[in-house]
Design a protein around this ligand. Structure first.
Ligand SMILES: [Zn+2]
Length: 305
């Protein structure tokens, strides 16, 4: 039942075995949630007494996997690079690029039940390299649309709980969820935050990336922000206007002590074929290099407190 919990101190995440998954107890005030692991660590509370899963009893099988989750607060401004769907073969090719810039990113996977053995093998490699694997729904359903046509309960039963179950069974207990098509509402947020520590939706660029207030979160507020809204980032060249805008957004992170989420899908060269939404490799490297030079940290969703 014990889980590995980490503590971010001066930008470094320190891991230790302490207690069950207290950070998922969203009905407990966040301040208390943060203290619980330490009390547990001192042996003041027995494990089984607090080994409560906040999910409904029929939600999912209790995970046998130790969840790796951080506690505490972040200390450095950061960029959360996220990639959606199942572009696993092309993502794997970029492992050396991410490693070159010390970047850990988050991959949000849909249709987990349809993954081949080869794709699961790639996911294990991504995880082993320090990247996070999040949930993107079982059938990539639009959350609000499905809830309106059916009900929130049916959405959870059809789209979320089976996805969590399959991910846990395969060794990837998800800590975060990304909305397909950024289709979200206050109601879906509330329902999903009982199962995930953080959500990702998206917001439109308002004039310029660095002027889009809804996309920036102060690092001190990271633990309170259940949902972080990312910006679509699919530049095709190094001189793409989106790259110029992203460098200004990175400058802002440093100036204001903030976090920014960017999202993309496939990663490939412009002359290669594949899904419509992709970021080309050159502009991705441009941004990785710029952020590294600026001293911006690359956080995964799992590192958020
Ligand atoms: Zn998607």
């Amino acid at each position: 039942m014990n889980a590995l919990l980490g503590h971010t101190v001066f930008g470094r995440v320190q891991w230790r075995i302490v207690a069950p998954d207290f950070t998922r107890m969203r009905h407990v005030p966040s301040a208390v949630r943060r203290i619980l692991p330490w009390i547990f660590g001192l042996g003041l509370i027995s494990g089984p007494a607090l080994a409560v899963d906040p999910r409904p009893a029929n939600a999912t099988a209790q995970s046998a996997q130790a969840a790796v989750v951080p506690v505490g607060i972040l200390s450095e401004p950061g960029l959360l690079l996220t990639f959606d769907d199942r572009n696993l073969v092309n993502w794997e090719k970029q492992l050396p690029l991410f490693a070159k810039y010390g970047a850990h990113v988050t991959f949000f996977i849909d249709h987990f039940d349809a993954l081949t053995a080869e794709q699961l093998g790639i996911l294990r490699k991504l995880k082993k390299a320090g990247h996070a694997i999040g949930c993107h729904g079982l059938r990539h359903l639009k959350a609000v649309e499905y809830c309106e046509k059916n009900s929130v309960q049916k959405y959870l039963a059809d789209e979320i709980l089976p996805a969590i179950q399959r991910m846990e069974a395969a060794g990837f207990p998800p800590q975060a969820f990304a909305y397909p098509n950024s289709n979200h509402s206050g109601e879906t947020d509330q329902a999903l935050l009982k199962y995930f520590r953080h959500l990702r939706s998206g917001c439109r660029i308002e004039g310029a990336m660095d002027k889009t207030e809804g996309a920036f979160v102060k690092i001190a507020d990271a633990g309170k922000a259940g949902r972080l809204d990312g910006l679509s980032f699919h530049p095709k060249t190094k001189t793409d206007n989106l790259v110029v805008q992203a460098t200004k957004a990175i400058d802002r992170l440093k100036r204001n002590g903030e976090l920014l989420v960017l999202y993309a899908h496939d990663i490939r060269n412009v002359n290669e074929s594949g899904p419509k939404n992709f970021i080309a490799i050159e502009p991705l490297e441009e941004i990785l290099a710029y952020a590294q030079r600026a001293g911006i940290k690359f956080y995964t969703y799992d590192e958020l407190p």
